[in-house]
Structures are given as structure tokens and as C-alpha cells.
Design a protein around this ligand. Sequence first.
Ligand code: PMT
Length: 401
Amino acid sequence: MKDLSNKKVLFIICGGISAYKSLETIRMFRKNNAEIKTILTKSAKEFVTPLSVASLSQGKVYDDLFSLENETEMDHISLSRWADVIIVAPATANTISKLSQGNSDDLASTVILASNKQVFLAPAMNVRMWEHQSTQNNLKTLKGFGYKIIGPEIGDMACGEYGEGKMSEPLVIYEEIQNFLFSKIKNNKLKALVTAGPTNEYIDPVRFITNKSSGKQGYEIAKSLYKRGFNTTLISGPTNLKIDENIKLIKVETAEEMFKATQKNLPTDIAVFAAAVADFKASSEHKEKIKKVDNFTLNLERNIDILNYVSNHNFMRPKMVIGFAAETTSLEKNAVQKLKDKNCDWIIANDVSKDKSGFDNENNEVTIFYKNEKMKKEKLSLKKKSEISEEIVDRIVAQIN
Ligand code: PMT
């Protein structure tokens, strides 16, 4: 077990028989010097007492959203910002359902909804409740939000039945959280730059050339980088997406603006180019709206390649330059070519001819092509873009550390 001094863990205990196991998990964190605060839901207090939790955690125990004493000392927003990680154990079927709906009718759910930190859930419930389609759908939604699920395990249950739904043992939960806490970058001064979304290239004041990029993949990568401790800047083409206020967001419209914003934000330690930058722009922009004519020829010229510029910069090239490749045919051949041509460390290729992944989709399936590693390529199977981002950033952090 590693020393967890300066690591802050927010425990949320819900009302289930396995709440007693959370006391043991808290004891392990305390023994290794983590700082702990705990929230007990109303029903958790039927299973464990605030006094026993406070004694074991040697930290404050909160239970009431509207407690004047607690709110003056640390309000629910500060509490969600205070933590390095949030663990809900046991996570009951009811809490899982509430979180998947974004409900915030008590302190626990409000803090989670307001949080920008990694949330872990350790579910515990009867096997039928666990297997119920509604619980499984809720979990799928929560995974899509980026929550991580620990367990449950198969075994004998307090209710006398046998099956899946038993909360993971304290040591299993402890080790998952410990691994996460150490999956953050060691040097918290590192900077990351991400480009995302499409660009609009104007033909006249009201018409432009663009593409189907929604920006989701790039936004999710920026979120994952921020969660791991990078000081993150996101340069985004036009999208409808929102991002955490701690990520520096620069909104641009054209490739030219994206290029200038990127230049301005160099140097950076790592750069991920997920934007679908238009390769071409109109050679001359018409100042007036183009009138209807029988034949109209539009002359295009190449836009500057932002990735190429950054990856070949003679003194500001980031330690890691990661490009994306959107392909409809010969994915591997084209991706490997781009890896070389654009002087990248990795190229992350997505097959955008499929309807279930790529542009403007909730999901993605990618293959990472590495320049320098023994493993030349690695496939990340179809899943939510948030999960793909987490897996990509796991690998970035491993390399940077
Ligand atoms: O935005 P979403 O809807 O979530 O979809 C995600 C995505 C499919 C857009 C994303 O995963 C993706 O593949 N982005 C790159 C799309 C693309 O334009 O690829 P490309 O093969 O044309 O470009 C290769 C690389 O060069 C990319 O990293 C691109 O950002 C970069 N580039 C390209 C042209 C240019 N002028 N400047 C660049 O920086």
C-alpha cells in the first residue's frame, strides 16, 4: 500500500447492509494517511452511525444539504471541489437510479452532480435488483458520464439469496482508488492542448464549408486530461457542447483562427488534435452574398495544417503530439502514412464510414498507431467517447510519467 498523504477522498455511504464494509475501507485509507470526509445518506444512518464514521475517518461527517453549520464551514460545491476522488460505497439501486437521472434532492446526489472529479461506485444490492434492466440501463448511462464501477461480486447475500450484487471487498475498493490516485500525472504543472470540433470556411457572409464533427471526442479528451491533473486548454470549432470552467476554452470558427489560437497557446507539454479541420478554404471570400447564377465555380485553396506546424516546430514541439485520422477506406495504410507525414508520436484512427462510431456519434472505435513503441498498434473497441477518452488518457499518463 502506498502513502496517501495529501490525497483527499470523499466517501459517500448509502443505506445498505454492506455499509459496515465501508468502515473498514475508510480505516484502510486513514491508515495510509489519506484525508477523508464522509457524507451519509438518510438511510445510511440506519446502518452506520455518524459517530463511528467520524471516529474511524478522523474527518468531518456530513449528512444534511440544508445544515447551516455545515454550509458556513464548507458548502456543497466546495465539498465537491475539495476531493481528489469520490467513492460511493455501497451504491444502492436507488442511488444509482437517482444519479443516472441527475437528481439532486440530498447532499450526496447534489455533491456528485456538482462535481468535476472522478466518481467511483461500488454497487451492492440483491441479485434480482442488480440484474434488472432498469439498473443495467442506469449503469450504462453512468458509465457514459465517465463514472467508474467497482464490482459487484458474486456470492451469498445478506438477504439469503446467492448471485451477483455483493459489494466488493474493502481491499479491492481501496486498491482501485489507490491506482486511480496514482494514475494522475506526477508533475501537476504539465500543460495539455486539445483541438476539437469542425471549422467553418466562409464562401460569402452567410455560407460556409464545414463537416459533421460534433466536437464530442475532443471535449471528452480534454475532460479526461484535466481529471488526471493536466492544465488543459481546449481550442474548439463551433459546437453546442459545454465544458468544465477549469478547462480553458477558446472558441474559434475558421481553421485560420484555430491555427492562431494554437500558436498563441504554445508551448505545451502534450497536444491532441481531435478537430476535423477543413482541408480547404475559399480562395477569395465574397464580401457580399453570392447571387444566384446558372454556373458558379468555387476556387479552393489548402488551409494550413495545424498539426503539421506544431509537430515540426523547431523549439516548441510538445513532448507528445497526437493526431487523429478520420478514414473511410484503408484505415491502417492511411493512418500509418499520416503518422509519418505529420511527424506524430501517435495517430488515433477512426473508421468514419460506420454509422455507430466516428463523426457526431455517442460512441467511437479507434486504433492507436504508435511511432516508437514495440506494440505498433492497439485497438480500443466500440464504446462511449468518454470511455475511449479515458483509455487514451490512461496511456498518455503512463507514457508521460
Ligand atoms: O467531433 P466528433 O463528432 O466527436 O467526431 C470525432 C472525430 C471523428 C472528428 C475525431 O475522432 C477525428 O477523427 N478527428 C480528426 C478528423 C480529421 O479531420 O482527420 P484528418 O485525417 O483530416 O486529419 C488528420 C489530423 O490532422 C487530425 O488530427 C486533424 O486535427 C489534423 N489537421 C488536419 C487538417 C488541418 N488543416 N489541420 C490539422 O491540424
